[in-house]
Design a protein around this ligand. Structure first.
Ligand SMILES: C[S@@+](CC[C@H](N)C(=O)[O-])C[C@H]1O[C@@H](n2cnc3c(N)ncnc32)[C@H](O)[C@@H]1O
Length: 227
């Protein structure tokens, strides 16, 4: 789906600012250089800009970079084969992207480019819903997507999971904003469902949309400092 122009544009302009809220809850240190793997249009990379002098990101689908957000340095490449030297980054994030990779290969590659005292963050959020509203467009565009970060092969990759934080994040959205966001999750059908079904729910106002989020922090297996 990431080769579609509307998805690229939607990832740049229509996704809610949830990443920063996840990152803020993890107590991460400031570093010289940070890497965001599978950055899409850059929303997850922009969310760590305050934590690093330089943010680099890698995205496998060139189309996603057509609407890239300003700030980070973008590289087209694969999370399973990162074009960087060993230990180059004090912070590495992967937001909703490891799901698509060979997880063992990608984690070993992240460990390789992670500084010995660096932190790797794997994070994501589920589809957000206005309080009390059930989804009626029953469509899972990618049944292979779900991933439990606690089950990842950390040890076999030379990493150690040191924290796993789950929390709900609320973001105020208008019906139009929510419908456009929902398109990035479930395509035109989802957007149409929102526009037809939710006007009475939003009633011309902004509503809190609830997102279930998680953030998992891992270190080199020889490190002892937790984030
Ligand atoms: C759900 S999107 C998340 C984008 C961004 N991290 C965000 O939070 O807005 C997943 C992204 O991972 C990218 N991706 C998938 N497989 C990848 C791989 N092997 N290497 C790098 N990026 C990949 C996709 O093209 C897509 O842009």
């Amino acid at each position: 789906m990431y080769e579609r122009e509307d998805v690229a544009a939607g990832y740049a302009g229509d996704r809610p600012a949830v990443h920063g809220r996840i990152i803020a809850g993890l107590g991460l240190p400031r570093v010289r250089a940070a890497l965001d793997v599978g950055c899409g249009a850059g929303l997850s990379a922009v969310a760590i800009a305050h934590l690093a002098d330089l943010v680099v990101c890698v995205e496998i689908e060139p189309n996603m970079l057509r609407y890239r957000l300003p700030g980070p340095r973008y590289v087209v490449g694969s999370g399973e084969r990162l074009p960087f030297r060993d230990g180059a980054f004090g912070l590495i994030t992967a937001s909703g992207s490891l799901n698509y990779m060979d997880k063992g290969v990608a984690l070993r590659e992240a460990r390789r480019v992670l500084a010995p005292d660096g932190v790797l963050v794997v994070c994501d959020f589920g589809t957000g819903w206005p309080d009390g509203v059930e989804p009626l467009w029953v469509e899972d565009p990618d049944p292979d997507y779900p991933m439990d970060p606690r089950e990842l092969p950390w040890g076999a990759s030379g990493l150690r999971l040191v924290s796993f934080v789950e929390r709900q994040v609320r973001v105020g959205m208008s019906l139009d904003g929510y419908a456009r966001y929902l398109r990035t999750e479930g395509g035109e059908q989802a957007e149409q469902w929102a526009r037809e079904t939710l006007p009475t729910v939003f009633d011309g106002s902004s509503l809190d949309v609830i997102f279930d989020t998680y953030g998992a922090c891992a270190l080199h297996d020889s490190q002892v400092i937790a984030c």
